[in-house]
Design a protein around this ligand. Structure first.
Ligand code: SF4
Length: 371
């Protein structure tokens, strides 16, 4: 894949959520959040496993009640992926979550209460050596800050975050990351840019409550890509009113397109026109669905005719160029002798892609072993 190399990532401090490094040029970690009832630990464990399978690096779990935190204890014992306990209002739930093995805490300065409570949380986090996310949200700013600014502005979001940063500094606690999320992309982008100038702590970026699968994806992609292209962002969550699995997939797609992470197949497909020699749309959609389990990074072009097919195939890991009744297949840019009958394209391409993924995995393993 041609990587966009026009931006440098901002150098931030390194923290760890479990074994996952965040900041200081670590791969941008992808998070999502369970939406099952945390009290239902079996359903939550299942959802965490599903998120892990699609490539989430970290999963956040809401802890709204005492029952939820007791359930969190069981969940934590059953999963390997690092878990962030998401706490609002009740600092005692934060303390319990730490006791039960949370790998990170997310607290909201707007509702966690007085400094004494924050101090108790910080002390517990220090003892367990886990980080905290200061998670500011435009929808839940502190009353005094809202009164000062009248409405949630970028400066209001940054002030809320920096008040906590200063308090953490005062407590000699540097194991934290920060977010200043807003559902309005202009507000979120401005706030993150201002915050990034004021701190070297890693930033968790997201457009909060972005909306449905389609519009939320677009909104997130525009807002997050802008920040990422400015080198801002160490960990990412796409917030969609959709299955959390979609959040992880969209996050990967955003990072893949920007050349910042690679996982699974990057399909290149033409929009089709009357020149197409086979049903491109059905082919690419079926392959994408059938091959969701492939995590090996590779580019696969599925192009309806020779107009753009050859050019795309030559720069792809695997490429298919539509021809009359039979189509040409390219591997590592070189045209194979045999052609595929157009009626067999889906089956044959799936076989070829799986075979190539295994080859690439073997190659990677051998390279790692020989270095
Ligand atoms: Fe049409 Fe061929 Fe272009 Fe696809 S590559 S849109 S089939 S001209």
């Amino acid at each position: 894949m041609n990587k966009l190399k026009v931006f440098d990532r901002k150098k931030t401090n390194r923290i760890y959520v479990g074994q996952v490094p965040i900041g200081n040029n670590a791969p941008i970690a992808i998070q999502s959040m369970t939406n099952s009832k945390t009290e239902d630990y079996l359903a939550t464990i299942k959802q965490i496993a599903d998120l892990e399978n699609v490539g989430a690096d970290i999963v956040r779990v809401s802890i709204p009640t005492v029952e939820a935190v007791e359930s969190f204890k069981k969940i934590k014992q059953s999963v390997k992926i690092p878990l962030i306990a998401d706490i609002h209002f009740d600092y005692r739930l934060a303390l319990k979550s730490i006791k039960y093995g949370a790998d990170c805490l997310r607290i909201n300065p707007g509702n966690i209460g007085n400094k004494k409570r924050v101090l108790a949380i910080v002390n517990a986090a220090k003892i367990s050596n886990i980080p905290i996310r200061i998670g500011v949200n435009s929808g839940s700013l502190e009353k005094d800050i809202l009164k000062k600014y009248g409405t949630p502005t970028a400066d209001a979001l940054v002030e809320s975050a920096m008040n906590h940063v200063e308090y953490f500094d005062f407590l000699n606690f540097y194991n934290f990351k920060i977010s200043v999320k807003a559902s309005n992309i202009f507000l979120a982008v401005e706030a993150y840019k201002k915050l990034s100038k004021k701190t070297s702590q890693p930033l968790h970026i997201g457009i909060t409550e972005a909306g449905s699968l389609r519009t939320g994806t677009i909104k997130s992609a525009i807002g997050l890509a802008h920040l990422l292209l400015h080198g801002i962002g160490d960990t990412i969550r796409v917030s969609l009113a959709a299955d959390p699995i979609e959040e992880v997939k969209v996050a990967y797609d955003i990072l893949k397109i920007l050349g910042l992470r690679s996982r699974g197949i990057n399909f290149i497909a033409c929009p089709t026109c009357s020149r197409q020699e086979f049903d491109v749309i059905n082919t690419v959609n079926t392959l994408e669905k059938n091959l969701e389990d492939i995590s090996t990074p590779m580019d696969v072009s599925i192009i309806g005719c020779i107009v753009n097919g050859i050019g795309e195939a030559k720069t792809s890991t695997l490429g298919l160029t539509g021809g009359h009744k039979k189509s040409a297949i390219y591997k590592y840019g070189i045209r194979k002798k045999e052609q595929i009958k157009n009626v067999d394209i889906i089956k044959k391409m799936e076989e070829n892609i799986r075979k190539t993924a295994k080859e690439l995995d073997r190659l990677k393993k051998n390279n790692i072993q020989s270095t």
